[in-house]
Design a protein around this ligand. Structure first.
Ligand SMILES: O=C(O)CCC(=O)C(=O)O
Ligand SMILES: [Fe+2]
Length: 213
């Protein structure tokens, strides 16, 4: 099954987006940022990449943490709000206002978020998983924002969302953001044929730093 347009919104009201999230556990929004802002953000990622600020991503938390390239092959850089460059700050502000809207529409109590840049080099993927850690239920809503301007069919790197009756593939097209429940949605990143740029993050029901409580 390929994705069904009804989960993809562009210029929609937050109420429609919240309804889709409540009904399907996920939704996709086009043009979350304007094209020129996506370009600036991608330039920031390339700057960090040139500075060799990206590291191999791991799985699990604390003592369960491990780097396993058979499970995920992306390189990541955690975003520190205090040190963020202005295109990154703008993205964070957009995420914060979106989080406030979700709280209002869905009666959630999201309090904070953690997020990182991610680059999947050609030939890498992330096997099927659920984002909420076994050791902590703090992650409530996941998001993945994409920055691949010239993505075309055959480039791979789709976000595959598994459903009871099949799956949906979401192409990682620039400006698009996928949003889904961290505790229920089984998903994976399909092997990519081109370097794949994204920003992944998690909205938390408690402040960062007390996620082990
Ligand atoms: O980049 C994506 O589409 C999803 C990434 C992901 O599942 C994760 O980092 O947990
Ligand atoms: Fe994930």
């Amino acid at each position: 099954m390929t994705y069904n347009g009804s989960v993809i919104w562009s210029d929609s009201s937050i109420d429609q987006i919240a309804d889709s999230l409540a009904d399907n556990d996920f939704c996709v929004i086009e043009d979350f940022l304007a094209a020129e802002d996506v370009m600036r953000l991608k330039a920031v990622m390339n700057h960090h990449r040139e500075q060799e600020a990206f590291q191999k991503a791991g799985i699990g938390q604390l003592q369960n943490f491990q780097v396993d390239r058979d499970i995920r092959g992306d390189r990541i850089k955690w975003i520190d709000k205090e040190e963020a460059l202005s295109p990154t700050k703008m993205f964070l502000e957009k995420i914060e206002s979106f989080m406030r809207e979700l709280n209002r529409c869905l009666f959630l109590s999201l309090k904070d978020y953690e997020t990182h840049f991610a680059i999947y080099p050609k030939g890498t993927f992330y096997e099927a998983h659920i984002d909420q850690f076994q050791s902590s239920g703090a992650r409530k809503i996941s998001f993945a924002f994409y920055l691949n301007e010239n993505w075309k069919a055959g480039d791979g790197g789709e976000l595959r969302i598994h459903k009871n009756d099949g799956y949906l593939d979401i192409e990682p097209i620039a400006g698009r953001i996928a949003i889904f429940r961290s505790d229920t949605v089984l998903h994976e990143v399909m092997s990519t044929e081109v370097d794949r740029y994204s920003i992944t993050g998690w909205m938390l029901d408690r402040p960062v730093g007390v996620t082990f409580v």
